[in-house]
Design a protein around this ligand. Structure first.
Ligand code: ADP
Ligand code: MG
Length: 247
């Protein structure tokens, strides 16, 4: 058995009196697509943000290949190999597809480039290679603003690969997508997990998607981990049924 890539132990986050995440434990292995599911407000995004360093845990530990991440800056965590998918829509939609990926590759640099266009030219071939991996190379020179939504999500995925992540965090990657696009994005994600032997932690509302693509799933409810296992185990777990269907 290989060693876990990510080890989360006793992880907690309180906001004032609210225990958003309340002592959760889980492991994640290389080559694994792990779904983090649970109703709204369960603590999924808070967990993601503690792994990525955007939030500092109140207690507990997050280790990546033995390195403690709690207390590290997001940028340093990113450099250690924890990627996350970008949301282009908010920021760079006027740039072309390839320029967006070049921007993500540029984030490797520690100083801000004022003349980023000349600096970015170095990353063009790397960016095209990443676009190839998500099936978007042919659209490299189109502005992102012209793309179909499912294609924007592919570009965001390519950008998430810019630091050559060992672990990629995807918070609701398929939000707002039609079922066909969702399946295509998850099939692509699964293929990348296998080809790169990377691990993915993702959240997802659609149980159909989770059951079809996740290797394993963990279920949060009110900040606690209430179940963990395969699709079959989760489907038949009475605690999960109670949380989702109130039965
Ligand atoms: P999920 O992503 O599963 O929907 P969140 O992690 O966003 O859940 O939220 C978990 C709980 O923590 C919720 O009760 C939410 O209201 C609370 N919460 C999240 N972020 C903050 C914050 N910055 N300040 C105060 N409460 C927060
Ligand atoms: Mg959330």
């Amino acid at each position: 058995m290989t060693a876990p890539l990510l080890q989360v132990t006793g992880l907690c986050k309180s906001f004032g009196g609210v225990r958003a995440v309340d002592g959760i434990h889980f492991d994640l292995y290389p080559g694994e697509l792990l779904a983090l599911i649970g109703p709204n407000g369960a603590g999924k995004s808070t967990t993601f943000n503690m792994v990525g360093g955007q939030l500092v845990a109140t207690a507990g530990s997050v280790k990546l290949a033995g390195h403690e991440l709690v207390g590290m800056k997001p940028r340093d965590i990113w450099r250690l190999g924890v990627g996350r998918t970008f949301q282009i829509a908010a920021t760079f939609s006027s740039l072309t597809v390839v320029e967006n990926v070049q921007m993500a590759l540029l984030s490797h640099q520690s100083r801000i480039y004022t003349f980023w266009r000349s600096a970015a030219s170095q990353y063009r071939s790397e960016a095209l290679e990443l676009l190839d991996q998500v099936g978007m190379r042919a659209q490299a020179n189109r502005p992102c603003s012209e793309l179909a939504y499912g294609d924007v999500k592919r570009v965001e995925l390519a950008m998430g690969l810019a630091n050559d992540p060992k672990l990629l965090l995807m918070d609701e990657p398929t939000a707002g997508m039609a079922p066909k696009e969702r399946n295509a994005l998850m099939a692509l994600t699964k293929q990348l997990v296998v080809n790169r032997n990377m691990a993915v932690l993702f959240t997802e509302h659609s149980m159909d998607v989770v059951f079809a693509y996740a290797d394993r799933m963990i279920v949060l409810a009110r900040g606690r981990l209430i179940a963990e296992g395969s699709a079959e185990q989760i489907r038949n777990d009475p605690k999960v049924q109670e949380v989702y269907f109130g039965s």
